[in-house]
Design a protein around this ligand. Structure first.
Ligand SMILES: *[C@@H]1O[C@H](CO)[C@@H](O)[C@H](O)[C@H]1NC(C)=O
Ligand SMILES: *[C@@H]1O[C@H](CO)[C@@H](O)[C@H](O)[C@H]1NC(C)=O
Length: 506
């Protein structure tokens, strides 16, 4: 995918205005008239009366003040550009919650992006997408998710309700925010309709360049953070280290080879973007990627691990160390463990196809083999849940084939996307639409805050991964994961937090 294939507006204006036209006004007017008539008729003749109809009054956004662009005047917001696979997006989501807590801004909760739809690049190699570029590519992908009826919020899957109810953070759904910001008078609960008019999508795309800060910051309205992991490590109330040099800098070899001239400084996020800063006055603060990881004794981008000087943030960090899946997912995983496997079992998470993992098949299998050899002989077969990206039809010739063939010693279980339990759970999530259940949401027509029946997404979310992680958190005989896999890490975390024995209510 070409990440740079967006259309940059040629004008330097802060708002996406229409280009000056030299055609006669009459022509333009009559064109517009027929255009609207066409869409009106198209709409009326093909769709049942729906809340969507009265919502299309302004197909082109006019440029109002920033204040009128937000759903809640006076409130300040924060958005960021997630990337890569789900586990990575989840870790960025946690960082975003932390930043929103520190800066006391309402977090704009993004959708789950397709795996590898947006890539950042490599921080240690100082080769990453600029913050404005990654923001616009996230925006374009979001528009694509809307267009194809596959928009699902991070908060549809990850349960942040206790963070919200205990006022640790305020949050708003990306759709609700974006439609206000772009002045698109549309029911956000309806975005997953497939017959979304192209004018609407066009306006949304245009608006994205503004929100992404492609034209830079806009006074009091948008502050586009352009510091990224090449230049900055964010800290918080950590003594007097603001502006100090970080311990990890590009070395001479890298500087010469890549012609980089970056200097990495440690910057206090509160001093730089909080009260008294230029950023503070902006209604919307836009980060680029919030990806970080320990590297060479430092952190790539965010080095905030404890804040004894701020108990509120300290508590928040404890809360977000582990964010559970929503109850629908946890219940599905438990159900499979208790009702289908119905015995103590081992979980083997074998990542064999994706990226770097292709080359480590042998060692991945070896871990499982050793674990199985450690079990004592038993007259009953060992139950094993297999979570792998290698399709069963391709097990031939691998250790998995040996296991599957030895039914006296092993009994294997797995789940597939088309299984009833998985589909059922996906439907439940669509009905629940947790992502729209908090923050500044006008109650929908049926009054219950439930998603409107007209607006059911035509696609079901892909929930297999989350259910499988939950099943593995229930594996009482142990867990063997793929070394280096973020999925293995999140399963370990779920096991540590004893997700399987917790009570979940629906
Ligand atoms: C955070 O923001 C909210 C709403 O804008 C405000 O009511 C509250 O006083 C702020 N809290 C702090 C600690 O500044
Ligand atoms: C799986 O098997 C099919 C057909 O047997 C083959 O075409 C495909 O390349 C295999 N995929 C992998 C990842 O081994």
């Amino acid at each position: 995918m070409n990440l740079l294939s967006f259309n940059r507006p040629t004008t330097a204006r802060p708002w996406p205005n229409k280009k000056p036209s030299h055609r006669s006004p009459f022509l333009v007017l009559s064109f517009l008239f027929f255009f609207f008539l066409f869409f009106f008729l198209l709409y009326y003749s093909f769709t049942p009366p729906s809340p969507f109809l009265d919502s299309l009054k302004t197909p082109f956004p006019s440029p109002p003040e920033c204040a009128s662009r937000v759903p809640f005047p006076g409130e300040k917001f924060l958005w960021y550009a997630p990337h890569s696979g789900f586990s990575n997006q989840l870790s960025e989501f946690k960082n975003a919650i932390l930043m929103a807590g520190i800066l006391n801004r309402t977090l704009i909760v993004p959708p789950i992006l397709d795996h590898h739809a947006v890539a950042l690049g490599s921080c240690p190699k100082f080769r990453v997408l600029d913050p404005d570029k990654i923001r616009i590519s996230v925006w374009e992908h979001v528009v694509e998710l809307i267009r194809s009826g596959r928009y699902f919020s991070m908060a549809d899957i990850i349960d942040i309700s206790s963070l919200i109810s205990s006022s640790f953070v305020r949050a708003i759904d990306f759709r609700v925010f974006a439609f206000h910001w772009c002045n698109l008078n549309i029911d956000a609960t309806c975005v997953n309709k497939l017959d979304m008019p192209s004018t609407f999508l066009h306006s949304l795309k245009q608006c994205g360049s503004l929100l992404s800060g492609l034209d830079g910051s806009v006074e009091k309205c948008l502050y586009a953070v352009n510091k990224d992991c090449r230049t900055t490590v964010w800290t918080y109330k950590n003594g007097n280290e603001d502006e100090a040099l970080d311990s990890f800098q590009p070395d001479d070899q890298l500087k010469k080879k890549k012609k980089t001239s970056y200097v990495r400084k440690r910057c206090d996020v509160y001093k730089n973007l909080g009260p008294g800063s230029e950023a503070e006055s902006a209604t919307l603060l836009a980060f680029g990627s919030l990806f970080t990881a320990p590297y060479k004794g430092s952190e790539l981008y965010i080095d905030i691990h404890e804040t004894p000087r701020d108990q509120r943030i300290q508590n928040l960090m404890q809360k977000i160390e582990f964010l559970p899946f929503v109850p629908e997912i946890i219940n599905a995983g438990k159900k499979f463990a208790h009702e289908t496997i119905r015995a103590p079992f081992l979980c083997a998470q074998l990542r064999l196809l994706d990226g770097q993992f292709k080359n480590h098949r042998k060692s991945t299998f070896l871990g499982l083999k050793q674990k199985l050899e450690s079990f004592h002989q038993s007259p009953h077969p060992i139950h094993i849940y297999i979570m792998t990206d290698l399709p069963e039809s391709n097990w031939t010739g691998s250790y998995l084939e040996d296991l599957a063939g030895d039914s006296n010693r092993f009994k294997l279980f797995s789940l597939k996307e088309k299984d009833e339990l998985v589909r059922e759970t996906a439907k439940r999530l669509v009905d629940a639409s947790h992502g729209l259940s908090f923050g500044f949401i006008p109650k929908t027509r049926d009054g219950g805050g439930k998603i409107n029946k007209y607006c059911h997404p035509p696609m079901l979310p892909d929930v297999l991964l989350y259910i499988e992680e939950t099943v593995c958190s229930c594996a009482s005989l142990g867990f063997v994961g793929t070394p280096g896999s973020t999925i293995a890490e999140s399963i370990e975390l779920m096991r540590k937090h004893e997700v399987c024995s917790s009570q979940t209510e629906l």
